[in-house]
Write a protein that binds this ligand. Structure first.
Ligand code: GLU
Length: 439
């Protein structure tokens, strides 16, 4: 395959959430797999809703996820290119001015529906003469512009959905330019995809319906359409869209709740695919397995419980180097290997660091037994074998042996293997705790 060029094109009108970063992730994984280029394009032509703080947040969230880009473009910087493409379409008769008000269009739509006919735009504006247009403009009307669809069936081979066809004869000519001269996304997107040499458009299924008209726009502007891959949308456990809860499923929110970036990527890369959801210790693992043919057609069910569980499973396999910079006071690899299997979020590690470093207040269940145990602690140096050697001298078995020891040494009911914790706690603190002293 020639090196693909792809883009992730969010509008900076809100925060990234699990729904829209799925497209970002697939774009990124695909370029890594095939040695391509990932472009971040900010679709910010809607000036009233686009905000620079959202642009900053989008970049921060993508970088946190590990999804870096080779090039960044803002549509608001490219208006001249859209103007030129608009003129080219007008010159070939593919873009035509219309003057209906929204109320007039609404009235016509309702009348067609009442007659049991599809509410397709009737192209009345195409029949206007120059004189009609001059009169309408003198009445203060300003034109908006529609793309004249060729009435044909548009076909493409979608990498996810397989062969697709849309009969454009049954569609309304899409509006590309509003009456205030601003452009609609479906048009600016095509102009940019041509300009940047985009080879693959990887995006959410909500854009399938745009694709037929967009393919015609590529052709009308003298270009070949890219390959399309439309990913099924994510739904919640009840099958409903995630958009209502997008706020709570914002990337920033997941990060604050202690979800690892790798967890988010691992879940979104595999959800709704033929491959099981598994924790990964690096994005590279996901790169190797990305394959659109393995993405199912059905909506993928996203569940926060699954995310939380996968987060724990991710932490359980992360090597020390992957987390070291985020752990306070560099607690050492042995500490990490001892506690990682008991974490739900990385922040839980701090609690275990307190147990290892102390001081903690031991919980005493059986003082006589524990004081006796304190006298039987072997001399240091200690290692993974010390715990077994120590506990085999105490004359008890099972819970009666382990439970009071764990409570005294860690002040917790459950936790990491004591064989690994004991050497980290060390003899002095272990002895003091067994004697009921804060240490
Ligand atoms: N700005 C569009 C969106 O956020 C981009 C869609 C596309 O990838 O073509 O939905």
């Amino acid at each position: 395959m020639i090196a693909p060029i792809v883009r992730f094109a969010p509008s900076p009108t809100g925060l990234l959430h699990v729904g829209n970063i799925r497209a970002a992730l697939f774009n990124w994984l695909f370029t890594k797999r095939h040695g391509g280029t990932f472009i971040l394009r900010l679709d910010d032509t809607d000036r009233s809703r686009s905000k620079s703080e959202f642009e900053v947040a989008i970049e921060r969230d993508l970088l946190w996820l590990g999804l870096d880009w080779a090039r960044k473009e803002r549509q608001s910087d490219r208006i001249g290119h859209y103007d030129a493409a608009r003129e080219a379409l007008i010159a070939t008769g593919r873009l035509y001015p219309c003057y209906e008000t929204p109320q007039e269009l609404d009235f016509r739509r309702k009348r067609l529906l009442a007659q049991g006919r599809p509410p397709v735009y009737d192209r009345a504006a195409l029949k206007l003469s120059d004189a009609d247009r001059t009169r309408l403009e003198s009445e203060g009307r300003r034109p908006y512009w529609r793309f004249k669809l060729a009435s044909e069936e548009v076909r493409w081979d979608d990498l996810v959905r397989g062969p697709q066809h849309i009969d454009e004869a049954s569609q309304s000519d899409p509006v590309l330019v509003r009456d205030d001269g601003t452009y609609l996304y479906s048009f600016t997107s095509v102009v940019d995809d041509i300009a940047f040499g985009i080879t693959h458009v990887i995006r959410g299924e909500d854009h399938v319906t745009n694709s037929g008209a967009q393919i015609q726009m590529f052709q009308a502007l003298g270009a070949n359409a890219p390959v399309f891959a439309h990913l099924p949308l994510l739904v919640d456990a009840t099958g409903g869209g995630l958009s209502k809860r997008a706020g709570s499923l914002a990337v920033a929110d997941l990060r604050e709740r202690g979800i690892e970036a790798l967890t988010v990527c691992a879940l979104l890369a595999r959800l709704g695919t033929a491959d099981p959801v598994e924790p990964v210790a690096a994005l590279d693992t996901l790169v190797e397995t990305i394959d659109f043919a393995r993405v199912g057609r059905a909506a993928a069910r996203f569940s926060e419980e699954e995310l939380a569980q996968l987060n724990a499973r991710t932490l359980h396999i992360l090597p020390y180097e992957a987390v070291r910079a985020r752990l306070a006071q560099d607690p050492g690899e042995a500490f990490w290997l001892a506690v990682r299997g008991n974490l739900v979020t990385l922040a839980d590690a701090a609690g275990w660091a307190d147990v290892v470093r102390g001081p903690i207040e031991p919980a005493i269940e059986d003082a006589t037994f524990l004081t006796d145990a304190a006298t039987k602690l072997p001399p240091e140096p200690w290692d993974d074998t010390t715990w077994k050697a120590f506990t085999s001298t105490l004359g008890r078995k099972g819970r009666a042996l382990f439970h009071p020891l764990r409570l005294a040494l860690t002040a917790r009911e459950t936790g990491p293997e004591m064989a690994k914790l004991l050497p980290l706690i060390g003899r002095a603190k272990a002895e003091a705790r067994l004697r009921g002293q804060r240490a």
